[in-house]
Design a binder for this molecule. Structure first.
Ligand code: PEP
Ligand code: MN
Length: 337
């Protein structure tokens, strides 16, 4: 951290700042320029930079080290590759996840999974506990839903991802699912993140509705700091003033994250656009922008879906998209799996 003093800051003010940062556990390196004195605060402690900005004689405080450690490429330079049932995310691999928003019944999951498997998908999605805006909307089948998705996935030799909403549900999810999904609304549920650090299954961490990229990475840091190194990040659109699409897909988050972090980042074109006809174009754009995978909502009969039918692809639409994405991956010399 660099502390730039005001031009008129006298020795007494400078020394007070030095004493303050030393007392907080930092070493102080002073550089006296023609106009400004700059104090370099070096150390591993966490400090609120506003506490220094408020000290007498301080002009500006500039943070130079990033607040995240384990998720950063400074800690680990090579891409983290996360493998689930033979499907790889990251390091030149594009992992595909597809399935309905919500698990509704066995037939719905069975029909959808069968077609997805034929298209080449090996990881099935489906919510059993749904974070719905309205308490009167369908809340999901709960454990019954997890049993259904597990049974169907086993039938087609697929892996499962589903959203865990609270700490007490983790043992249930460890039993039935292969990847634990953290929804946008829970990205900063720090107790949940800490508990996920203790398990040894991959976590799919979705970006919050209004979360910055820094905040997404800090949330991933919680999981890694707990000891679980398998986190897949997910850009799922953020809230902006634009209302024609459900959210605004921030594709620039992909290269931004990939520069800072070794973790894979995938894209959810379904929740980010909210409209079925926008899903294919944005899926292709995401792959072209370097995404390490996609999670796409697909329903065997979207017109009857209990949740998010309007943004769900029909089975045949997904199949067509999968074929096209494979072609794009080839051009990029990547492996779509
Ligand atoms: C979901 O994937 O079903 C979901 C609710 O997504 P998000 O948390 O991104 O809104
Ligand atoms: Mn959904």
């Amino acid at each position: 951290m660099l502390i730039v003093m005001q031009p008129n800051a006298n020795e007494e003010k400078i020394n007070k700042v030095i004493d303050f940062i030393k007392q907080k556990g930092f070493d102080a390196h002073v550089s006296k320029g023609e106009n400004h004195t700059v104090i370099g605060a070096v150390g591993r402690k966490i400090i609120d930079k506003r506490d220094i900005e408020l000290l007498d004689g301080v002009k500006e405080v500039i943070r130079i080290s990033s607040p995240y450690k384990l998720v950063s490429r400074v800690f680990k330079n090579e891409d983290t590759i996360i493998e689930v049932k033979g499907v790889k995310f990251g390091g030149g691999n594009i992992g595909m996840i597809a399935g309905p928003c919500t698990i509704e019944n066995y037939e719905q999951m069975e029909e959808t999974a069968k077609r997805l498997k034929e298209s080449g998908v090996k990881i099935l999605r489906g919510g059993a506990f749904k974070p719905r805006t309205s308490p009167y909307a369908f809340q999901g089948l709960g454990e019954e839903g997890l049993k259904i998705i597990r049974k169907v996935a086993d039938k087609y030799d697929m892996a499962v991802t589903s959203e865990v909403m609270e700490v007490s549900q983790i043992p249930l999810f460890e039993k039935y699912v292969d990847i634990l999904q953290i929804g946008a609304r829970n990205m900063q549920n720090f107790n949940l993140l800490k508990s996920l650090g203790e398990i040894r299954k991959p976590v799919l961490l979705k970006r919050g509705l209004s979360a910055t990229i820094d905040e997404l990475l800090m949330s991933a840091e919680y999981i890694l700091a707990g000891g679980n190194r398998e986190v897949i990040l997910c850009e799922r659109g953020i809230r902006t003033f634009e209302h024609i699409t459900r959210n605004t897909l921030d594709l620039s988050a992909i290269p931004v994250v990939q520069k800072i972090s070794h973790l894979p980042i995938i894209v959810d074109p379904s929740h980010s656009t909210g409209l079925r006809d926008k899903v294919s174009p944005m899926s292709k754009a995401a792959i072209a922008a370097g995404a390490d995978g996609l999670i796409i909502e697909v329903h065997n009969n979207p017109d009857t879906a209990l949740c998010d039918g309007a943004q769900s692809l029909r089975n045949e639409e997904y199949s067509q998209l999968h074929t096209e994405l494979k072609e794009i991956a080839k051009v990029l010399h990547k492996n779509l799996n």
